[in-house]
Design a protein around this ligand. Structure first.
Ligand code: ADP
Length: 463
């Protein structure tokens, strides 16, 4: 109904206050009126009884009054609002009003009545006399109405004061909301570092501000990560592209022998392979981030996966002069065999790449309680302490030159981590500089374990 919370608060506040004041005023007015009328009636009854006590029938005059002069003077007052009486004798036509102009016929029944703005009491006197005492109620009502007028004025005063106070309080209470919304709207993609000043926002709103700030922190982090990722991706692609470009340019500058062309094409092939590796990795991660990759869910023997992968990589190990050993027994898991092969390929490739000549790679599969464990150890240089927290980050490499030289994209471990986590498992490593590194993958063992239900949604993007 209202656009602003302040107006809405004020409206409801005013409405409720007005209702309370009106109800209070009505009850008060009613009570006062009742007690004023009761007072008038009590006086009239008193007067009527006194009259009845001192009045009797008189043969000649009709009635005889034996009452003090002072008392009778009450009725002789010329003031129209003063009390009056009318006495009826038993015979028709015997009517004695206290002053002329009073209605006198016929004698009313005993009791209390209201007539033409008058209050009257009627009772039976001695000797069949009927006695009425009455009084106009105009004055009493006037007094009441004057009081009512004052009450309405006071009520209006209270309303004005309360509304002014309410308006002030509402502005004060909503001030922080304005500040929060100003600060929040000042935060944009190009200025994500701004925060709401929590110190200046009290109570519940302080908590809201803190919550919003925490959300902005996460947003900023995600933004920066994305920005870094794009910058890294472009940078990674630029190098092989430059190699490709300069080789083609150089080859085309003059006529070359077939051998020279072949050599140039081989360099180009290597560069394009690298680019393809990077692009494939990027696509996998992007689709994983978007939750677009559905993992298959079938019984897989981890040992068989490891053996197949090792067989494919043995020529690479041989070429590098590295001994590749595979051991362990059957270990059943449920999952996507192609993706699990990717994990094994990445871990084995790394162990071969980052090794010393004549080194050794030991890969083993075992079942540990409810987990199937794949372990890949090498005798390489190890991972320096400072690099350990970042090893699973996209494009992170300890030795960029060595990784590139070996054809690495810097995305392998991020993808492996995503695959393992999407299977409900964990991946970690232990490393000693100069001695070697052991990567350990743990997956829920046995058919029936593994990915919860197809299609699988991805875990949060790897850092
Ligand atoms: P890359 O394509 O560069 O191998 P990865 O994501 O697979 O990318 O690995 C990230 C980095 O982690 C590597 O560049 C390397 O510096 C380090 N790394 C991975 N595996 C090992 C290992 N077995 N021994 C030493 N360093 C390793």
């Amino acid at each position: 109904m209202f656009r602003s919370i302040r107006a809405s608060l004020l409206f409801w506040y005013a409405l409720i206050l007005a209702l309370v004041l009106a109800a209070f005023g009505a009850v008060l007015y009613h009570q006062l009126r009742r007690s004023a009328f009761q007072e008038v009636e009590a006086r009239l009854w008193g007067l009527a009884q006194a009259l009845a006590g001192g009045t009797e029938r008189d043969g000649e005059k009709g009635v005889e009054m034996e009452l003090p002069e002072d008392f009778l003077r009450t009725f002789r007052d010329q003031d129209k609002d003063a009390p009056y009486y009318v006495i009826w004798g038993p015979a028709p036509g015997q009517v004695f009003p206290s002053r002329p102009g009073l209605e006198t016929s016929p004698p009313p029944p005993a009791g209390l009545r209201d007539r033409d703005g008058r209050r009257e009491v009627v009772l039976e006197g001695r000797d069949g006399l009927r006695i009425l005492v009455g009084q106009r109620t105009r004055k009493v009502l006037e007094k009441l109405h004057r009081f009512l007028g004052k009450m309405i004025l006071a009520g209006a005063g209270v309303m004005i004061l309360a509304l002014a106070g309410g308006g002030f309080l509402a502005s004060r209470a909503l001030g922080p909301v304005r500040r929060i919304s100003e600060a929040a709207s000042a935060i944009s993609a190009s200025n994500l570092s701004q925060r709401i000043d929590v110190a200046r926002t009290e109570s519940e709103l302080g908590r809201l501000a803190a919550t919003l700030n925490a959300t902005f922190d996460r947003l900023q982090e995600a933004f920066e990560r994305q920005r870094r990722f794009i910058a890294d991706a472009s940078h990674e692609l630029r190098t092989p592209l430059a190699v490709f470009h300069s080789n083609v340019e150089l080859a085309l500058r003059k006529d070359r022998t077939p051998e020279e062309y072949r050599a140039a094409l081989e360099v180009c092939l290597k560069a394009s392979r690298r680019m393809r590796g990077i692009v494939d990795g990027l696509l996998t991660l992007a689709r994983a981030d978007a939750g677009e990759i559905a993992l298959r869910r079938e019984p897989v023997d981890l040992k068989a996966v490891l053996e197949e992968t090792a067989a494919l990589l043995r020529p690479m190990a041989d070429e590098a002069g590295i001994v590749l050993e595979v051991s362990g027994g059957k270990a059943a898991v449920t999952g996507d065999p192609d993706r699990l092969r990717e994990v094994a390929t990445n871990l084995l490739t790394n162990a071969i790449r980052y090794n010393r000549p004549g080194g050794r790679v030991r890969a083993a599969v075992r079942v540990e309680g409810s987990q199937a464990v794949l372990e890949v150890s090498d005798t390489g240089p190890g991972i320096p302490e400072a690099d350990r927290p970042h090893i699973f980050e996209r494009f992170y490499r300890v030795d960029k030159a060595r990784s590139r030289e070996a054809g690495g994209s810097g995305l392998g471990l991020s993808i492996a981590k995503w695959i393992v986590e999407a299977h409900g498992g964990t991946i970690g490593f232990a490393s000693r500089v100069g001695e070697g590194t052991t990567f350990t993958v743990r997956l829920p063992a046995g058919p029936g374990s593994g990915p919860a239900a197809p299609p699988l949604t991805s875990p949060p993007p790897p850092a």
